[in-house]
Ligand binder design. Structure first.
Ligand SMILES: [Fe+2]
Length: 384
């Protein structure tokens, strides 16, 4: 059986990795750089740091710092208009998942006609975009190594996924020093998003020996360091492990995909404006309980990777420890435990379940085929 495996063109990992930006800019022969980020990243001083590096190479920088969390199609178009008015030849996305996704979107819309919604789905983008470098400042989305970008369709109030090899960056620079100032709540939500990527891709029907290597190591790294990164953010070792865990989870996700947790998170995010990471974090252990029987051995492996003691237990008992370990981690780092905390009501559940099963691209990639009734039942359990 043939398993395609994709990665960005060039990756740099480690504390201080940002120093490699200059060489890559020279290599790509850029003259004018479009830097996409947001106000939070700017106030942390990171926009200035990266802009200075670009300018030190004699290049001009146009900054776009208005990216909103969970960007809409309109947000992307606003950024594209600024790009089109400035004719830059390279894009840098700097920030969490939102600026990185907007940078990806602008890159492909610069060379392809129409709206990003025309390309929602898998492999629908006809042409390569303009070169893009992605530099994450959170450890979570893995957007710097995936071929996905997510935008909210305001009309349908639904998040739409665009999947294309042309969304992979030319260069990804993952420097954990850029994550040191991320506040605890964002560290918790993004870290749990990364854990969701690792667990969903590890148990995906498309998982391979190669993606398993990345996914299981990501689960180990994140479980061992997320509590510390949340409670003591300046711990460089914890931040470094989280950065690597997030990238490894992203690599696994890029190649094996995610499943029902992400499928259910999209309608919730679209209708209630709940953040991607925190929504996944809340749903993850509830859905793991349903998925358990899809692959007992893999769930047992997850429990061990998360530090659970599994000796003398039956395989099923070992597998059950996986969701318990996720509940415990999520409680420890202050993740909301019930959907009612997001303002979701009992009468919202049937519609949310219906919309979730319609995200077939992800539902079909779940280790257990979940029926509409099962999704409803699961969301009721997560409600209050
Ligand atoms: Fe995610």
């Amino acid at each position: 059986m043939v398993h395609p495996f994709s990665l960005p063109g060039v990756n740099y990992y480690g504390q201080g990795a940002i120093a490699n930006l200059s060489d890559e800019l020279k290599e790509h022969g850029a003259s004018k750089v479009f830097l996409v980020s947001d106000s939070g990243v700017a106030s942390a001083g990171l926009v200035e740091q990266v802009s200075d590096l670009v300018k030190a190479n004699g290049l001009e920088v146009i900054q776009y710092l208005d990216v909103k969390p969970e960007p809409t199609v309109k947000d992307l178009e606003t950024c594209l208009d600024v790009f089109n008015g400035n004719r830059c030849d390279l894009i840098i996305g700097l920030g969490g998942g939102s600026p990185l996704d907007v940078a990806k979107g602008v890159s492909v819309l610069a060379t392809n006609e129409g709206s990003i919604l025309d390309y929602a789905g898998v492999n629908l983008i006809p042409k390569q975009g303009i070169p893009k470098f992605l530099i994450p400042t959170t450890s979570g989305t893995g957007a710097e190594v995936t071929k996905n970008a997510i935008f909210t369709d305001e009309k349908e109030k639904l998040k739409k996924g665009v999947v294309s090899k042309y969304l992979l960056p030319d260069v990804a620079i993952v420097d954990s020093e850029l994550t040191l100032s991320v506040p605890p709540a964002v560290t918790a939500a993004t870290g749990m998003d990364a854990l969701t990527h690792a667990i969903e891709s590890y148990t995906s029907p498309k998982a391979t020996i190669q993606t398993d290597l990345y996914a299981l190591k990501a689960i180990e790294l994140i479980s061992a360091s997320l509590r510390r990164a949340v409670s003591f953010g300046s711990d460089k070792e914890a931040r470094e492990k989280m950065a690597l865990g997030s990238v490894f989870a992203g690599i696994s996700l890029a190649n094996a995909g995610v499943g029902a947790v992400h499928a259910c998170a999209y309608p919730l995010g679209g209708k209630f404006g709940t953040g991607h990471g925190v929504t996944n974090a809340l749903l993850l252990p509830y859905i793991m309980e349903y998925n358990l029987i899809g692959d007992l051995q893999k769930f047992a492996n997850i429990a061990r990777a998360m530090g659970e003691v599994t000796e003398m237990l039956s395989l099923r008992e070992q597998a059950e420890l996986a969701s318990k370990a996720v509940f415990s981690l999520s409680r420890d780092i202050g993740i909301p435990q019930k959907l009612s905390e997001f303002g979701v009501k009992k009468e919202d559940i049937p519609g949310l379940a219906e919309a979730s099963v319609q995200v077939t691209r992800l539902m079909d990639n779940n280790p257990k085929k979940l029926t509409l009734e099962e999704v409803q039942e699961c969301l009721y359990k997560a409600l209050d």
